[in-house]
Design a protein around this ligand. Structure first.
Ligand SMILES: C[S@@+](CC[C@H](N)C(=O)[O-])C[C@H]1O[C@@H](n2cnc3c(N)ncnc32)[C@H](O)[C@@H]1O
Length: 268
């Protein structure tokens, strides 16, 4: 892994974005072979480096361009298409881009911004649709214990004095409302204020209690065509249990889950 990392670093000044992306892919592939928590910690350690964060920025932009081209060439017909399409289901943010293009949401809410990859991809989709606003809640430097008792420290996302969402470019920020604080306190108030939501994406604290709490708060505010999406649904059974509670059949691909507000909604 270290050799691959050194290659990725060396590449920054010397090679094209494409070749940087290829070696960065190799680094991620190496991580993926490790047990999840190891890979989480390794990612966090890497993110502390400002050089790595610059690579991630270029990588995200490159990936977004590829996703945009793909979605425009092969427009998804249904949510099922999005989650089963290999080009899109590889990363949650490419799925989110396609989902936003399909749903054409007016109001999107997410919890958990980090570097802002998901925000970046959803904002670009809203911009490409010409409609919609993204409301994001993030508590920088969050620290919590997972249900398995592992300490999750998210401070690397805000290393180097960055605000959450350092990947979001200035030209997309007009459609973005970032609220800093604990989702537990802020999400209910935000949902009340917005009146209705078309898409919700959970990616903050992945404890059973917090996940169920966020889903439960958001659910009554989702419009008929709305979708509740969650990252890291494999961390515990919160997502499946919630789907059972609201009697919906969830769509799960890798560690992303989607639940439609109404099974009868036309677009789905
Ligand atoms: C995994 S990152 C989000 C990644 C992002 N969604 C993406 O796809 O690029 C998780 C973020 O959630 C934040 N967070 C953790 N617990 C939170 C909470 N209770 N309320 C709000 N944000 C929280 C962390 O500080 C971190 O920035």
């Amino acid at each position: 892994m270290n050799v691959r990392l050194l290659i990725a670093l060396r590449d920054i000044g010397m090679r094209s974005v494409t070749s940087t992306v290829q070696s960065w892919h190799a680094t991620f592939r190496a991580f993926k072979q490790q047990p999840y928590v190891y890979s989480y910690r390794a990612n966090m350690m890497l993110l502390r480096s400002s050089v790595i964060r610059r690579v991630v920025k270029r990588y995200a932009r490159h990936l977004l361009q590829r996703t945009q081209t793909f979605v425009e060439t092969f427009p998804a017909q249904s949510i099922q298409d999005i989650v089963t399409q290999p080009q899109l289901s590889k990363y949650h943010f490419t799925q989110l881009y396609a989902l936003c293009r399909l749903l054409r949401p007016r109001v999107v809410v997410e919890t958990g911004v980090g570097l802002g990859t998901s925000s970046f991809f959803m904002l670009q989709a809203l911009e490409d649709n010409g409609v919609g606003t993204l409301y994001s809640i993030d508590k920088p430097y969050a620290e919590y214990h997972s249900d398995a008792g592992i300490l999750i420290n998210e401070s690397a996302y805000c290393a180097h004095g960055d605000q959450p969402g350092m990947l979001v470019p200035p030209e997309l920020r007009d459609r973005w409302r970032l609220v800093l604080g604990n989702s537990h306190a802020l999400l209910p108030r935000l949902c009340e204020r917005l009146g209705g939501l078309d898409l919700f994406f959970h990616d903050s604290e992945h404890t059973y209690r917090n996940m169920v709490q966020e889903y439960t708060v958001v659910w009554p505010h989702l419009r008929a065509c709305g979708v509740l999406a969650s990252h890291d649904v494999e961390w515990n059974t919160a997502f499946q249990d919630f789907a059972d509670t609201v009697m919906r059949l969830p769509i799960v691909s890798r560690n992303v889950g989607l639940i439609r507000a109404s099974e009868l909604a036309r677009i789905n």
